[in-house]
Write a protein that binds this ligand. Sequence first.
Ligand code: KE4
Length: 434
Amino acid sequence: MDSQPASHTRQRSADLFARAQQLIPGGVNSPVRAFRSVGGAPFFTQRAEGAHLHTSDGDDLIDFVCTWGPAIHGHNDPDVRAAIAQALENGTSFGTPNPYEVEMAELIIELVPSVEKVRMCNSGTEATMSAIRLARGYTGRDKIIKFAGCYHGHVDSLLVKAGSGALTLGNPDSAGIPASFAAETIVLDYNDADTLRATFAQQGADIAAIIVEPYPANCGLILPDAGYLELLRELCTAHKSVLIFDEVMTGFRVALGGVQERVGITPDLTAMGKIIGGGLPVGAFGGKAEIMNQLAPLGPVYQAGTLSGNPLAMAAGIAALKKLKETNPYPLFETMGRTMRAALLDVAKAKGFPLQVPQVGSMFALFFSEQPVRNNEDATSSQTQHFNTLFKYALDHGVYLPPSAYETCFICTAHNGRDIEQAAEILAAGIRSI
Ligand code: KE4
């Protein structure tokens, strides 16, 4: 892959972006795509294949965003395509139950043992929003605990940042969120066991649920201290609060059964998305039948969706999940992830540069920080300007990292072999150039 000349203008993308900005707020349909965090203007993608994006400017990029997680088999996977094409023969949406929904539910329940019943929806946001409503309806309580830096989609009660004061009551983290909503959300630091215990001691009887990304991956990638996730389980059990694992990103990615399979913890509810749609719009939430049966039409908690269980999305997701079962790519992911981590740490050490590369399987992140990153405050204290410099160097040399230091890089099976080595060389050169 040739390095792009620094003067490479990406003119076609620039023209498209100029038009888009006249029509769509910020020119994008999701904010992170606007490159505001890293600077510069976004490129537009014409086609995606395997581990590569082919841009409107004729560039060929090794992709470590993988459309934010769904493309675990690489883009445009032939088996997923074939499944969509076959389903398409019968139409795109029926508004009635369809056989694909049953097969998808059977697969999820087989692969994620904590899930006894599951409901499909159309995004990760819908999944977490519905899980929270369900937990509140099931417990009759209002308070939710979330953790600073964790992102669970644009749910009103979760777009909340840490408040001040001992009770850490939340403040809105977006315009349009009533203070009354934010006040029902308690925001704590991830990996802070003492404050968590104290919060439950003070308010346990009012806490409907904890919602957590068990491996937070929306503030870079953060891994739990030993015993921390077990503490979440212990406190929720003791206080009869619902433990919700948001595995929209980690589900089926870090193991077939997600983080909960790796750590042997059984949440009460799990939010899912991304991979289970094979790249088409999807979300799902599931867990204990006793809780799930509170959902309409059985119970008093309402939740619905015109396109929930859409046959094309179900066919694509079923193909993606079946392929994961058949190929078991997780050892390969660990090997590729460690190859990338070692290459980055080696060059940073040789340069005497502070770099942390948390990695688990096919997920890794880069923090330019002396200290390991244990929570959101550590993450935001890292030298993100170095990440932004690396991002630009990488893009100019044919490697696409997530356009924010607070995202996580994804490896797919299609990276195997030359792509991962070539990308590691380019990123190492990028670190040397900082
Ligand atoms: P969606 O509504 O975007 O499908 O899912 C929301 C969501 C929920 N939970 C977790 C752990 C998530 O990571 C997400 C969405 N992830 C981001 C990337 N970090 C999506 C990218 C974007 O917002 O454009």
